[in-house]
Design a binder for this molecule. Structure first.
Ligand SMILES: Nc1ncnc2c1ncn2[C@@H]1O[C@H](COP(=O)(O)OP(=O)(O)OP(=O)(O)O)[C@@H](O)[C@H]1O
Ligand SMILES: [Mg+2]
Length: 392
């Protein structure tokens, strides 16, 4: 597949100068083998923009010349629906897409894992192609309703797997299979979209990932979620540690590394006033930020799961953001409808798409185009920041 031309990043200061270098040296370890970096978008609170951000961030990183694989691990299959443009999981079009053996989806992966098939055997059999998106550098591994079966199997495996080899292997085999698929596409990044729960599947994927980002919305429920998120991640860390010990697995080579690095939170869906969040939203944004800095981060630090603060600060130079805010993204307003209709992020819509699909003209058209340009700047900075942080 042809790679789109690499975006030129202006070296405005030291950290972003490093971004340029890191993009050039992209994805190689000391032995010249390409590394595929995995990033989870996770918050067990529902509706905080995990799926939308997975798609938008994946697209933006792909715009920087990186190859990105999106993996839909939510049985709601919202990300798949967004890319495939079907309205419901039981649409005829969606059904025939899933029935076609030429497409690789989560369904055969779930089936094979539950039947004890190893990642090597799965990869050596005929298993279909990854779904192309509107962006050349972006692929999707579509989700499946059956992912929820895998979720319960994994929860059982983690609790009672000792001495039951077929079950014991499922937690390690899942991330291994997904990374092998990402490597087949030669991906620089794999981005996981997770469901809003704290089940076994999310535990395995988060704890096997290299990095994670927490999308948030400025409200009271989200503030509550940050507090319980901290407890869940530290509990998962203990549980995986015990699973490794009980099953006599090699800590160094086991696919669940048990050390996902928190890159920061994304505050999203607020109403802006003169370029800043309106007062009522600002209150929750500040409270969420302080819960992250005062509670979430100190707990994660104890288990080695936070990006270095100095590196974080460097990545934020030139912006108004404080650690650990990766981005602040206002409400997309009416651009979201056009974006979902065309399976493209709001910032990637062309002037013509805004005019014809949005059926706007005059001042409304001008406002929407300005807003699109603003989102383009926000997401492009976010992608540069994520590439920088994951290249240290
Ligand atoms: N910045 C934004 N502006 C306006 N609408 C948004 C924004 N981000 C997301 N949305 C909308 O908010 C809703 C929830 O977003 P999304 O599905 O991405 O959240 P989620 O966290 O993945 O939800 P779930 O927990 O159910 O998986 C969707 O209708 C989406 O279109
Ligand atoms: Mg979602």
């Amino acid at each position: 597949m042809p790679r789109s031309s690499q975006k030129i990043i202006e070296p405005i200061d030291a950290p972003f100068d490093k971004v340029v270098k890191s993009v050039v040296n992209r994805g190689k370890n000391g032995r010249g083998t390409k590394m595929t970096k995995s990033i989870c978008l996770f918050n067990h609170k529902g509706g905080v923009s995990k799926t939308t951000t997975a798609f938008n961030l994946g697209w933006c990183i792909a715009d920087c010349g990186e190859k990105v694989l999106l993996v839909d691990l939510d049985s709601q299959c919202n990300l798949s629906g967004l890319v495939l443009r079907y309205n419901a999981i039981d649409d005829d079009g969606m059904m025939s897409f899933y029935e076609s053996r030429k497409n690789l989806t989560m369904r055969p992966i779930v089936e094979n894992l539950i039947n004890g098939v190893s990642p090597e055997s799965f990869m050596s059999s005929e298993n279909g192609e990854l779904l192309a998106t509107e962006h050349d550098n972006l692929r999707l591994l579509p989700g499946s309703l059956t992912v929820s079966e895998l979720d319960s199997q994994i929860s059982v495996s983690l609790k009672i797997a000792t001495g039951v080899p077929a079950t014991r292997n499922i937690p390690g085999n899942l991330p291994e299979m997904l990374i092998k698929i990402a490597k087949k596409f030669d991906a620089d990044y794999v981005i996981y979209d997770l469901s809003p729960n704290v089940g076994g599947l999310n535990e395995i994927i988060l704890m096997s990932s290299d990095y994670f980002i927490v999308p948030t919305t400025p409200d009271y429920f989200c503030l509550q979620a940050i507090n319980s998120l901290e407890k869940n991640i530290t509990r998962w860390n203990r549980e995986i540690h015990r699973f490794i010990e009980d099953n006599d697995l090699n800590k160094k080579t086991f696919t669940i590394k048990n050390q996902p690095i928190f890159l920061g939170a994304i505050q999203q869906r607020y109403r802006p006033r003169s370029g800043k969040p309106a007062k009522s939203f600002e209150k929750w944004i500040n409270e969420i930020s302080s819960a992250i800095n005062n509670h979430f981060i100190p707990s994660l630090r104890k288990i080695g799961c936070v990006i270095d603060e100095e590196v974080m600060r460097q990545s934020l130079e030139g912006s108004d953001l404080d650690p650990y805010d990766l981005a602040q993204i206002p409400d997309f307003n009416s651009l979201i409808a056009i974006s979902q209709q065309l399976s493209k992020p709001v910032f990637a819509l062309t002037d013509n798409e805004i005019k014809t699909t949005g059926r706007v003209f005059g001042d409304a058209e001008i406002t929407m185009k300005k807003s699109r340009d603003n989102f383009k700047d926000i997401f492009s900075e976010l992608a540069d920041r994520v590439i920088y942080l994951t290249s240290q």
